[in-house]
Design a protein around this ligand. Structure first.
Ligand code: ZN
Length: 160
């Protein structure tokens, strides 16, 4: 079965920046499960997943505008430490998740105060050309409920 719109594609990946530095990986975790055609992954990766079948391995180079966009200079804000998720002692340069309007998002710590943190709101991978090394582990039909929600349920997807 090949990946097409409204099918679920499960894959492992390693993600590198343009310097060849490893920036992320699903190895040792659940494979990522994405509902094809619903923007569950960045656009450049989503289009590269189209038409793939289980067992395929490939790499795709994705420019910033098809990944996390361009960096916006000076896009910083101050957040309460209470809104920093899962990092008890944020340090300068660290990527952390913060609660902000629109949900939880990854940011980079610029300055740490006693109760607040100044952060760069750009996605840590904004402005980078990314290379994904991908291995397709499963392609399956989606459940009607998954298509209605626009995402996959279960391991690698949503757990609600
Ligand atoms: Zn759902």
């Amino acid at each position: 079965m090949k990946s097409e719109r409204d099918r679920v594609v499960c894959f492992h990946y390693e993600l590198y920046d343009e310097d060849g530095e490893l920036k992320g990986s699903s190895r040792g975790k659940d494979a990522v499960a994405a509902l094809q055609g619903h923007g569950n992954v960045v656009p450049g990766l989503e289009s590269a997943l189209l038409g793939r079948a289980r067992g395929e391995r490939f790499e795709v180079v994705v420019p910033p505008h098809e990944a996390y966009g361009m960096r916006r200079e000076g896009w910083t804000t101050r957040v309460s430490k209470k809104n920093v998720v899962e990092a008890r002692r944020p340090k300068v340069g660290m990527s952390v998740m913060v609660r902000a309007a629109g949900g939880v998002r990854p940011v980079t710590v610029l300055k740490v105060g006693s109760s607040v943190v100044d952060v760069d709101m750009n996605h840590p991978l904004a402005g980078h050309t990314l290379r994904f090394d991908v291995e397709i582990v499963e392609v399956r039909e989606a459940q009607p409920e998954e298509i209605a929600h626009g995402h996959v349920h279960g391991p690698g997807g949503h757990g609600h």
